[in-house]
Design a binder for this molecule. Structure first.
Ligand SMILES: *Cc1c(COP(=O)(O)O)cnc(C)c1O
Length: 379
């Protein structure tokens, strides 16, 4: 039996304390602890090439980065931003904090925003589309781009789950007008708290830089209504060290994914994420989808069953944004007869997905789920 430590859905990737203390001594000696220090600058450079985006602006967290992304374009007050409710609350909050109106639309079976529903939701107030590469699965960037060009809309992507995702070898941060990544401790690559923006538009660089730092351009002038989005040197040092560990962790998660896939291939009614051939995957989450009719048990029953064994799964994303108090009166625009999101949100369960998951854990998960099938069949 494993020790009785609960197994959580994520576990932060952390550098060794020895390596970190070398960096800390260096930072202490320099007394340059934040404000575009050398660790900060090195992280930006390294990340730009890692993400294959040329440019990268790091932030103190992903939400502030997304707030800045939405602020960049001077959208008219109360303009509408078409987005998905199948995401973390920060996506919708960032729209609302910019005095813009989120318009929630349906998703595709893979959980990403549905282009047909986007087109249905467009009004003369629409200013932008904010898609989420949920679980690291890329949105239909081509279809979304066509819509954006046709209706002259800005395209913003929340790539909080998609660090390292590539489409045909192109970094996911190269699509759309601007992309946000989160480096929160729950994300594969983390700086404890942190995030970044990438954009193909070099003409936006100066404004991002200004908005991130109170709008200050020099000692005597402030040019924009900025915020404090700066990443400090300790965060950046953790990032630089973690970047060296990401490849190994990704490899382990890839193996874990294959083991999980093998387990669930033998269980009726539980389907796994289908990844397109041309996509390099971020290995951020491992969602499964439980079809209650076929499996004989529900997602919630599987959640409870594993919880009893000290295995903590998460129902990402249930509740969805429109289930939350601030957005409860918002409708979901859908192009389908039944909103895809309604079935998805009752089926999805994200399993523990990180290198602390052992074969013993996998056996417990397999046996618990198999037992549920058996018990229910013989009820
Ligand atoms: C984690 C996350 C965020 C927020 O990022 P922070 O760095 O925690 O502010 C935004 N969107 C999605 C989809 C996320 O998963």
């Amino acid at each position: 039996m494993p020790d009785n430590k609960p197994l959580l859905v994520t576990s932060p990737l952390l550098p060794s304390l020895q390596d970190l203390s070398v960096c800390l001594s260096d930072i202490w000696k320099s007394k340059w602890v934040t404000n575009h220090g050398q660790y900060h600058n090195r992280l930006e450079e390294t990340l730009g090439s890692y993400l294959k985006t040329d440019n990268c602006f790091v932030f103190n967290n992903g939400t502030i980065a997304l707030l800045v992304a939405l602020k960049l374009f001077d959208f008219k007050l109360n303009s509408e931003v078409i987005t998905t409710p199948f995401t973390f609350a920060a996506t919708a909050h960032s729209i609302a904090w910019n005095q813009l109106t989120p318009v929630f639309v349906d998703v595709k079976q893979d959980g990403t925003i549905c282009p047909k529903s986007i087109e249905k939701a467009i009004t003369d107030k629409t200013c932008a589309i904010l898609g989420v590469h949920v679980y690291g699965t890329p949105c239909d960037v081509e279809a979304i781009n066509k819509i954006a060009v046709k209706y002259d809309l800005v395209t913003i992507y929340d790539a909080a789950h998609a660090f390292g995702t590539e489409i045909d070898g192109v970094g996911i941060g190269c699509f759309g007008d601007i992309t946000m990544f989160s480096f929160h401790a729950t994300k594969l690559f983390n700086t404890i708290e942190g995030g970044c923006l990438t954009t193909p538009h070099t003409d936006l660089h100066k404004k991002i830089y200004l908005l991130r730092n109170f709008g200050i351009s020099d000692e005597a002038s402030v040019l924009e209504i900025g915020i404090n989005g700066k990443m400090n040197e300790i965060q950046a040092a953790v990032g630089l060290l973690n970047l060296d560990l990401v490849a190994e962790e990704k490899k382990k998660r890839h193996t874990l994914r294959e083991k999980y896939n093998h387990i669930f291939s033998a269980i009726k009614g539980v389907s796994v994420q289908q990844l397109p051939e041309n996509v390099t995957y971020s290995e951020q989450y491992y969602p499964v989808f439980i079809d209650k009719e076929k499996a004989g048990f529900s997602r919630d029953q599987m959640y409870d069953q594993l919880k009893q064994k000290n295995i903590y799964t998460r129902k990402y994303f249930t509740p969805i944004c429109t289930d939350f108090v601030p957005f409860k009166d918002y409708q979901i625009v859908t192009n389908h007869s039944n909103a895809v999101i309604d079935s998805l949100k009752s089926q999805v369960l994200c399993l523990p997905f990180h290198s602390d998951v052992t074969d013993v854990h996998l056996h417990i998960i397999r046996d618990s789920v198999t037992n549920m099938t058996y018990l229910l069949a013989n009820k």
